[in-house]
Ligand binder design. Structure first.
Ligand SMILES: C[S@@+](CC[C@H](N)C(=O)[O-])C[C@H]1O[C@@H](n2cnc3c(N)ncnc32)[C@H](O)[C@@H]1O
Length: 223
């Protein structure tokens, strides 16, 4: 696994604090997605209407700073570009995925970091945080949400979304990704998890998509 380096070439990801070998789950996830990376874009089915619906819920629009959590090869990058955002920070733990993401769009507003979003120091307070097709690959959902809340400005928006419904997602993950996936939370459970930090205003799980989204509260949670 690569040692942390700082790379100023914008067409390469910045490697930051990448030590998944010390964490069995994360090591398995990074290895799994490194293997899938070369074929990822060819196998990805894009439904623009669905993506735009999700990005609307995440508040992605002009003059926003977006954190794309587990960005993969950057499938959402062209859609951020169309919305004329100020900056995109894409983070992925798989070097194979992050390398492809860094080459996805040639635009100085995009930065790709190869690292673990759960340990990466906050680089910039963001307006929007998008977790697209990735949440089940995090072993500890409260730990992730706690971390993401630190990246968002008060009033900023988080969207946890999938391009398929819960049943399709469950089938998809049992096909060969069971060792790197947890069962997806119901929208109610997800809203409960978000509640200490977020005012949840969107909860959808239909046949073709999953979306839970909300606004970062101003005050810190009281436990
Ligand atoms: C199913 S892929 C989805 C990628 C992309 N969002 C998409 O829709 O094409 C899940 C991604 O989560 C990334 N990932 C899992 N755990 C991560 C972590 N702790 N930090 C950053 N990325 C992570 C994996 O490397 C993988 O690229």
């Amino acid at each position: 696994m690569a040692e942390p380096i700082i790379n100023v070439d914008q067409r390469e990801p910045v490697f930051a604090g990448l030590k998944p070998a010390g964490d069995r789950w994360k090591h398995q996830v990074a290895t799994f997605f490194d293997r899938l990376a070369p074929e990822w874009d060819a196998r990805t089915v894009i439904d623009e209407a669905k993506i735009n619906y999700i990005l609307d819920a995440a508040g992605v629009k002009e003059n926003t700073v977006v954190l794309d959590v587990a960005c993969g090869t950057g499938v959402l990058f062209p859609y951020y570009l169309r919305r004329d955002v100020t900056q995109v920070i894409g983070v992925d733990i798989s070097a194979g995925m992050a390398r492809l993401a860094a080459k996805k769009v040639d635009d100085p507003r995009f930065m790709v970091i190869c690292g673990d979003i759960e340990v990466l120091p906050v680089r910039r307070f963001c307006d929007c945080c998008v977790v697209y097709n990735a949440f089940p690959h995090f072993e500890d959902p409260p730990r992730l949400i706690n971390r993401l809340a630190q990246w968002l400005k008060p009033g900023g928006r988080l969207a946890v979304a999938h391009s398929m419904g819960l049943e399709a997602l469950r089938r998809h993950h049992t096909k060969g990704a069971a060792h790197v996936s947890r069962e997806m939370l119901s929208t109610d459970k997800m809203a409960e998890l978000l509640a200490p930090w977020f005012e949840v205003d969107t909860k959808i799980a239909d046949q073709e998509k999953y979306l839970v989204s909300g606004k970062r509260k101003k005050e810190k949670p009281h436990f």
